[in-house]
Design a protein around this ligand. Sequence first.
Ligand SMILES: Cc1ncc(COP(=O)(O)O)c(C=O)c1O
Length: 520
Amino acid sequence: MLFARKLRGKPGVQAGHLASGLPGWELPGWGLPGWELPAENPAFPPLPIALSSVLIDKDSSIDRTVMALRSLAEDRIFGERLPSSRELTAQLGVGPVTVRRAVGQLVAEGVLSTRPGAGTFVARPTARPDADTAWQQVALGASPVDPAGLDLAFRLRSMDGLSLTGGYLDAGLRSDSRVAAALGRAARRPGALEAPPMMGLQELRHWFATELGVDADDVLITSGGQSALSATMRAILPSGSPVLFETPTYPGALAVARSAGLVPVPVPVDDKGIRVEFLERAFQTTSARLLYMQPTFANPGGTVLDDSRRREVIDAATGAGAFIIEDDWAARWLSHGQVPPPPLIRDDPHGHVITLSSLTKATAPSLRVGAIAARGPVLQRVANLRLVDEHFMARPLQEACVDLLSTSSWRTQVRVVAVTLRERASTLAVALTRHLPEARFTVPNGGISIWLELPGHHDELSLSERAASMGVAVLPGQIFKVGESDRSHLRLAFASIESRDIDRAVMLLSRAVRTGRHQE
Ligand SMILES: Cc1ncc(COP(=O)(O)O)c(C=O)c1O
């Protein structure tokens, strides 16, 4: 039934690939080259069809079984299961060995995959030869969406070999079993699948409020940090507006701004954080109404805004009548031991600072829960945009976080992460001193990365490609920068590489750097 329906009308699928084996289906010419089934002919009702074992020899029966299975795969979505071998042999009218060999060939081609005991599945979507999507290029026009290097970061994460790119903790450092148990309990709670309050579960708002030092009424729960960032920027500024960025900065924030049609304007940083004299000038010259910054353990540099500058930054924004997005991302929970400075929002009662926080870095990438803390009408503006975008944040995830965060094991987990990240950061520093002594960097006291400056000029993207080809993935500095820069940088992340692999990773990186130097 299935096969007749699926194969009919497919270019290149010949009637000879199908044989009825059913009374009344002895159609003349079946099995002969050139016999195409008519595209949508009601004269061919859906019927079980088998390959003619009479008309075809053994090799071509495998070829034709391959063709029939390929066609089935094309009509299924990625991951969908094919009929069982027994059904296939019955319906195609071929022996089990033929089916097995045909499946084997398609597994080798990457079209199908098999899981012992579970069956045969579509391994990847196959190209449909008859699909012509060229029209979309005209309809879509120029793309407003700019992933700003996020795509590269995600692609490199799945590369074979060693990786200094991962910004999320590796499974060994997470407590996935606790998260899974909390998720299980959350899903079983009465009303777990009902819609939660629009601003988020009250207990979770309270928890974030306590961590950030704000009032629970000033907290909105979001699906992780990225969505908090996107909603906040888009809610505040219309397309075409300038937005000030520390440079270097987090590429995900640049991606949000550029994709919303905002114009990022760079403001330099030094080892004490954003340079206030340039910040004031940038507010004056651009009339920007928004600054995006990470005062605590910035990604990529690990920088902490100096105490002496905190007041000046808030004053600069106050003077300009502007907002500050304080991306506190994981600052509360990725310190390497020292108590992190309080969020900037605590120093600002007047609603200039909007603080974003996220649990994904300290728990698991897929526990996508974060928060926005803000005072004044801006919070309602952002909440309304979240309502428009997403309605609300999935309740079971929120319930699971309330469960997870109320146990003492959460604090233990934060301590374990602190000790491990500190150890990895210092192992990385030792390896850099050994293999790349000419490079400059500061060992951070928190966060997940070292911002490495290389002497001389390097094409950062080519260098990261070369390093990847030599077995270590690193992110090129350029995706973290706003505007031009006359220095060469790489971001080396240690959130997901184990200490024992770090020295080798840096050794491979040093080779890539030196090879490049000879070529440039
Ligand atoms: C500085 C910063 N902010 C926000 C995010 C967003 O993280 P998530 O959406 O996983 O919470 C990231 C992720 O890398 C980040 O580095």
